[in-house]
Design a protein around this ligand. Sequence first.
Ligand code: GLU
Length: 399
Amino acid sequence: MKMCISRNIQGIQPSVTLAITAKAKAMKKAGVDVIALSAGEPDFNTPENIREAAIEAINRGFTKYTPAVGTPELREAICEKLKRENGLVYEPSQVIVSCGGKHSISLAIMALVERADEVIIPAPYWVSYPEQVKLAGGTPVILEAKKENGLKITPKQLRKAIGNRTKLLILNSPSNPSGVVYSEQEIKELARIVLEAGIYVLSDEIYEKIIYDGAVHHSIAAQDGMQEQTIVVNGVSKSYAMTGWRIGYAAGPQEIIQAMGKIQSQQTSNPCSVAQAAALEALTGPQESVEKMRKAFNERRKYIVQRLNSIQGLSCSVPQGAFYVFPDVSAFYGISMDGTRIDGSVALCDFLLEKEKVACVPGAGFGADNHIRLSYATSMQNIKHAMDRLERGLNRLLK
Ligand code: GLU
């Protein structure tokens, strides 16, 4: 029998973040005392007012199809949010609600990218960007954001990477996995090059509210002339602890949003009606819980960075946003233990999971093999125990 899976799919990697999270969960279920620092998912419950709005929606029978692109109320609320918080003016017809930020990103890429089109992706990148580009038949062009530049791409690098086939730049600030936040000046300089080149930007702003040390989020779409060339992607998953509800959204030029809507209408129909009602409450209801969660993440961030930097051989820069740390662990590469050589981030994560029962994500999945990603979206107690284990394991390697 001939191989039945399409060649397009054979070349796609499964999501490494989801795979490791599932593995840690399965180990836990089997009775293993694993601490998972793998999932990029707030450990808090969805705030009560949002849960109540969903229950109310179910009880009033809001359980039928909605327009494929989302309810008018939610699209209107998204327009208001974008105006209020990002200084961006959109009509509801320029907004689409999808089944999570990941889905919005995928729709935008599908709507824009065709065979042989190139998409510039700064590395470290979120694991799904290159795979989604490949799914659309495009070619990811990975642009290394260097350590000496604070893990940010420079305008010079961007200019050099843009060629005849470049269609899109994917920008993610605050960044998953590095936590890097681009300043307004940096955004301005990147925007200037994008405008000159006439390419599009997919601006993934899902971590905009999880930001520290006085850093400010700036949407590249707010730069003069950029709204026409930007698709802004955001969602309720991270800011409102709503990962499982699967509500993301995108705003951009009407033609592109319409194309995304066409794809969505053939793929999923509408995003879950009840989850849309919950998202409406998230965006329009009280916002105190967002700040409460941000403060808790900040405490954990400070603690985990300090613990990591006290481990011999490990160096961790201070993230300004999101809820990940992304330490450089390359000092441990080349070391062998119990017959296994640590030859990169995958082997190191395997070692940490097997010997110390701590689940981390290998930097290789993010295009940065010298690093591993740890999520601090878990309790302080878990983080403390995980750091003790990590320290013990890494010290053993150095002996
Ligand atoms: N964005 C989160 C992460 O990076 C969730 C997992 C995923 O969708 O890949 O861990």
